[in-house]
Design a protein around this ligand. Structure first.
Ligand code: ATP
Ligand code: LTN
Length: 334
């Protein structure tokens, strides 16, 4: 780390990502690698808060690492690593648990949503999810955390915990800022455009996965729900078209205003087709590169080992400081 501001972010390897994850997260990260010291983590421990098939989790972890690389995250410029490879994450979680209150954790929107969705498995990890996320961030003294809008509440909790700990034990943690992109922060379902696009949606037509081929992408956009009217224009009562305008703009590198101008007088059907083409043009090469990388798991293992080494060094510096501040005796090496 060479004196630049520090960025940390992560995604759970809990399934094939959607273009929502791409636009809301990974795409922004790539652009930040020169300006910041970046750490990009795979939040594999977080995935265990809902039921996972162990073999699927292993496969998804390789998939997501390959996707990080295919999307341009550079292991030379940035630190790419698995959360579970750096034990300081769970250790700091324990300490932060002692300054977290069940009341504030049970009020988190994601906890409430996931408790409804996984009513048969409301476990302590699900409730503690944001504390582990706070540990991820605070261990690296991150200045900025790029996230989608749905994670804002967790970042506010992270800030609260950092301030609470600092007040109790003296200045220890940097209080991080959220970075939420203006346009891509929330991509909506193609079928129910008032709902977030989610990789765990039961209706596969609701999302475009980063693994969809061009035909599938075109078919899904063709079926995308639009609104009454015929103008390609953003409006509160046109959530379907607004969402498509945002998606097209991000994939075609245009502003939404430019997109509206470009499609003035064009039919919904034609616009949906052009959006599909713009999305496929970006995703196809990423998918091909990801699949190429996946053929060499040994290479991915090596990269993750190097990432873990770098991350561990940084994380342990903070963890040692924390242990000392709270009064734990330092271990003397013999
Ligand atoms: P799930 O839907 O299975 O609960 P998820 O798709 O929200 O999971 P996460 O791993 O929780 O995936 O999120 C990874 C990142 O992608 C986060 O920064 C999150 O804010 C962002 N993200 C997720 N969905 C969207 C979306 N529809 N639009 C923009 N960003 C998103
Ligand atoms: N909860 C996040 C994933 C995540 C994360 C983090 C994001 C885990 N730890 C630290 C930023 C910083 C999500 O997007 N669902």
């Amino acid at each position: 780390m060479d004196g630049k501001k520090v960025i940390l972010s992560g995604i759970q390897p809990s399934g094939i990502l959607t273009i929502g994850n791409y636009l809301g997260a990974i795409r922004n990260w790539g652009a930040m690698q020169d300006e910041y010291d970046c750490l990009f983590m795979l939040a594999d421990l977080h995935t265990l808060t809902v039921k996972q098939d162990p073999a699927c989790l292993r496969a998804n972890t390789y998939e997501l690492t390959a996707l990080y690389l295919a999307c341009g995250l550079d292991p030379v410029k940035s630190v790419l690593f698995l959360q579970s490879h750096v034990s300081a994450h769970t250790e700091l979680t324990w300490i932060l648990n002692t300054v977290s209150y069940p009341g504030e954790l049970s009020r988190m929107t994601q906890f409430k949503d996931k408790s409804l969705k996984h009513a048969d498995n409301i476990n302590m990890g699900l409730m503690d999810y944001p504390v582990l996320m706070a540990a991820d961030i605070l261990l690296y003294q991150a200045d900025v955390v790029p996230i989608g809008a749905d994670q804002k509440q967790h970042l506010e909790l992270t800030r609260d915990l950092a301030i609470r700990f600092n007040n109790r034990y003296s200045e220890t943690f940097k209080v991080p800022e959220a970075y939420i992109g203006k346009v891509g922060a929330k991509i909506y379902s193609l079928q129910e455009p008032d709902k977030k696009m989610s990789k765990s949606d039961e209706n596969v037509n609701a999302f475009i996965s980063m693994d969809d081929d061009t035909d599938t992408i075109m078919r899904k956009f063709k079926r995308a729900v639009t609104d009454s009217g015929s103008e390609i224009r953003r409006a509160e009562d046109k959530p379907g078209i607004t969402n498509l305008i945002n998606i097209y703009s991000l994939f075609a590198n245009k502003t939404p205003e430019e997109t509206e101008k470009e499609f003035d007088g064009v039919s919904y059907a034609e616009f949906k087709m052009r959006t599909g083409e713009a999305v496929a043009a970006v995703i196809e090469p990423i998918r091909a590169e990801k699949n190429r990388l996946l053929k060499d798991k040994g290479y991915i293992d090596q990269l993750l080992a190097q990432g873990a080494e770098k991350a561990e060094y940084l994380a342990n510096k903070t963890l040692r400081k924390v242990y000392k501040k709270v009064g734990l005796l330092p271990r003397v090496r013999i």
